[in-house]
Design a protein around this ligand. Sequence first.
Ligand SMILES: CC/C=C\C/C=C\CC/C=C/C=C/C(=O)SCCNC(=O)CCNC(=O)[C@H](O)C(C)(C)COP(=O)(O)OP(=O)(O)OC[C@H]1O[C@@H](n2cnc3c(N)ncnc32)[C@H](O)[C@@H]1OP(=O)(O)O
Ligand SMILES: NC(=O)C1=CN([C@@H]2O[C@H](COP(=O)(O)OP(=O)(O)OC[C@H]3O[C@@H](n4cnc5c(N)ncnc54)[C@H](OP(=O)(O)O)[C@@H]3O)[C@@H](O)[C@H]2O)C=CC1
Length: 336
Amino acid sequence: MPDTRKRSSIWLQFKDFFFVLVLSLSQFRLHGSTGLRSGSQANFFPPLEDAMLPSGSFNNRMALITGGGTGLGRAMTATLSQLGAQCIIASRKLDVLQRTAEEISSQTGNKVHAVQCDVRDPQAVSQCVDQIEALTGLPDVIINNAAGNFVCPSERLSPNAWKTITDIVLNGTAFVTLELGKRLIQNQKGASFLAITTIYAESGSGFVVPSASAKAGVEALYKSLAAEWGRYGHRFNIIQPGPIRTKGAFSRLDPTGAFEKAMIDRIPTGRLGTPAEIANLAAYVSSNYASWMSGAVIRFDGGEYVSLAGEFNELRSVTPDQWKLLEAMIRKTKGS
Ligand SMILES: CC/C=C\C/C=C\CC/C=C/C=C/C(=O)SCCNC(=O)CCNC(=O)[C@H](O)C(C)(C)COP(=O)(O)OP(=O)(O)OC[C@H]1O[C@@H](n2cnc3c(N)ncnc32)[C@H](O)[C@@H]1OP(=O)(O)O
Ligand SMILES: NC(=O)C1=CN([C@@H]2O[C@H](COP(=O)(O)OP(=O)(O)OC[C@H]3O[C@@H](n4cnc5c(N)ncnc54)[C@H](OP(=O)(O)O)[C@@H]3O)[C@@H](O)[C@H]2O)C=CC1
C-alpha cells in the first residue's frame, strides 16, 4: 500500500477508536462506572424492590418464562418463584439457564427447571413443551419474554439480519403460544399468556425496524387471541416496557452509553425502570387477581412515550422568566 493510503487508513482506525473512547469517557464521567443514572425528579418516584403480591399467590402454579435466564425474564422468574410458583425457564444457552435456575431455587426453596429451546424452531418448541409436560405438566402461566435486537440503520440490514430478529420475536412468540395453546385446549386447561413488547411497537422506531415490526406483530397476535381463545379459559395481555437496564438490551441498543443521559432526561419520572418493578407487574397480570384482565396493553415506561409524543413537551426547558416574556408577547396578540 502506498504510504499516503496507509497513513490515511491508520488515521481512520484511530478516529473510530477515539470516537468510541470519548463517548465511553463522557458516559463514565456522567454516570459513574455502573450507577443507575437519575435526574433529581427521580426522588419523587423511588422504585420498590420487594414482591407486591401476598406470599403464596402462585402456590401450586406452573410458570414458563422464555428468556428467563437473564435480564427481565430472570427477574420475573425470581418473583414468581418467591410467590410459590414452580418455574420453567427456556432459551438457547443451557449453562446460563442452569445457573439462574439453581440460584433462584436456592433463594426461594421452589424448584426452577431449565430447558434448552431455540424459539425460532417449531420442532424444538414442540420438544420443549414435551419436556415441560413431563417435568411439571402444562403451565398455568406463560410469559413470552425472549427477544433479539440491535440498533442498525435499515439500509445496512441483510435479509438474514431481518429474519433473525423477526424469527425470534414474532415467530418465536407465535410458535410457543400456539403449541402451548393447542395442548392446553386439548386438556381443557386455561392459562394466562403475557407478551413483553416495548413502547415502539405502537409508534414504530427507526434503527430498530425488525424489532419494531415484530413486536407490533406480537401485539396483534395477542389482542386477536384474547378475543378468540377466551372461550377456552385463556387470557392474553401485553406489557410494553420502557428502558430498564439489562446487559442484553443496553449492550445492543446503546453500546457506548452515549444516549442514556438524553433518554433519562426525557422520562417524566426521571429514571430508568428496574427489573423488580416489571417483575411485580408481570406477576400481577399473570395472577388470579387479574382474572378479569385480557386483551390489555400496559405501557410501563415512566412516562417516556407521552413525553416523546407531545410536540410542545420541550417547553419544559422554558424558565419562569422566559414564560413571563412569552406570555406578554402572546397577550399582545389579543384582537389581532
Ligand atoms: C439509550 C438506549 C438504551 C436502551 C434503550 C432501552 C429501551 C428502549 C426500548 C427497548 C427495547 C428493547 C428490546 C429488546 O428486544 S432488547 C433484547 C436484547 N437482547 C438480545 O438481543 C439477546 C439475544 N440476541 C442475540 O443472540 C444476538 O444479538 C442476535 C444477533 C439477535 C441473534 O444471534 P444469532 O447468533 O442468532 O445471529 P447472528 O448469526 O450473530 O446474526 C444474524 C444476522 O444478523 C446480522 N447482525 C448481527 N448483529 C448485527 C448488527 N449489530 N448490525 C447489523 N447486522 C447484524 C448478522 O450479520 C447476520 O446476518 P448475515 O451476516 O448472516 O447476513
Ligand atoms: N431492557 C429493556 O430496556 C427492555 C426490554 N424489553 C423486552 O424485554 C424482554 C427481555 O429483554 P432483556 O431482559 O432486556 O434482554 P436479554 O437479552 O437479557 O433477554 C433476552 C432473552 O431472550 C433469549 N433468547 C434470545 N434469542 C432466543 C431464541 N432464539 N430462543 C430462545 N430464547 C432466546 C436470551 O437467552 P439465550 O441467549 O440463552 O437464548 C435472553 O435470555 C425482551 O422481550 C425485550 O424486547 C422491552 C423494552 C425495554
